[in-house]
Unconditional design. Sequence first.
Length: 124
Amino acid sequence: MGRKILIVDDEPHCVLSTRYVLEAEGYEIIEANDGDEAFEQAQNEMPDLMLLDIMMPPSGKHEGFKVCKKIKKNEKTSHIIVIMASVLGANADKDMAKEAGASDYITKPYNIDDVAKMIKKYLD
């Protein structure tokens, strides 16, 4: 398998379609459904990149920002590239993603081929 990607999203259809395309590109995929699981998987699996939804459990709104900050502050996981994804498309949300330590931001619903190109930009 190729580089490892952690997909963090509480919407199963989003995870499934993203997984399908990225596995076809040769990436190894790991999944998490909420912020707590995302941080645990990041520490245990050490992915190269994390595709992180902003709005998800346990706290709901803006949980992804908290997870990103936690990932970037942790010495063991700070190297992980984080791309945040959300239905939130305001410039303020994009700025918050950068401030949290994200490398990039994509608005949902996204074209999975665009996500694959963005990931390739960081991992190849």
